[in-house]
Design a protein around this ligand. Sequence first.
Ligand SMILES: [Zn+2]
Ligand SMILES: [Zn+2]
Length: 343
Amino acid sequence: MSTSIVMGYATMAQGQALVPFTYEQPKLGEHDVRVSITHCGLCFTDIHGIDNYYGVTTYPFVPGHEIVGYVSEIGKATSSLKIGDRVGIGWLGRSCGECDWCKSGEEQLCIDIVQAGTWVPYGGFASSVVVDNRFAYLIPDAMPSEVAAVLLCAGIAVYNPLRLYTKQNAQKIGIIGIGGLGHLAIQFAHALGYEVTVISSSPTKKEEALAFGADHFIASDDKTSFQKLEFNFDLLLCTAHGNINWEWLLTILKKRAKLVVVGFPDVVFNSTDLVVHELSITGSFLSNRVTMKEMLSFAQEHDIKPWVELMPMSKVNEAIERVKQNKARYRIVLTNDAANASR
Ligand SMILES: [Zn+2]
Ligand SMILES: [Zn+2]
């Protein structure tokens, strides 16, 4: 097969299973790199993309944005990377470069964010991908590719708010949910020196939560524990997206404290505590490039690792079913078994 053809997996219409899909490889801009993909994590955002949950998906849609692979081609104006470098790419693959956010180095807030995704035109469930070189990060040599893949989206999603919204003084942090995001949030929060409480709807995950570094565990329906923790937390990080009792969560925040949402749950609550206790509720999306690099070295230094199930990319539909059924522990990374995946 010609090397100018990319072998990928695409969903052809909203909510449909992925099918093998080949396409002409995208042209390389002068600041771009082409990356031959060895690993790509499966994120819930990919499933949302397949289902057009965000209302911006165009089909055929090749998901995948937790990519690790090797640089196979570099644009004329690219000097930061060379052919053969092992790099990782997260959700952000480029940016407009002209809006105020891009100019200030906060490209994750680019005004043209829909066009900035790594999966534009086609994402990482494929033999190769093209991104702006600034968004392809060198991976520490000792870090396994499947570990790096997950850190590039799930890892940065939780590391960024833990760095942005906290101070280094043993603050009390609550992590809601122990899944792909939550199990990393616990490890990062512990390594950053915070007192970590995990709030989960799965009491069976208590031992795992403690093993990841949590100091305390409470079940999300344990009203007595919530009452004891009134005005306790400096920060709550919500990584869950199931049934969440927002009003209970607001009661356990200190006055003027913050609830940060990093998944995409429906948020409904009575605003009394929000107003009276001057609470903040905010989202957090990825990070800038500086924090991404910092996160990768922090994870390497503190041995922070996702639990990963490896599956071949050809089994992508089975992998999606496992994630939908909440069976993945805690993250699935697809390895490239396409015939023309190099290295
Ligand atoms: Zn993601
Ligand atoms: Zn921009």
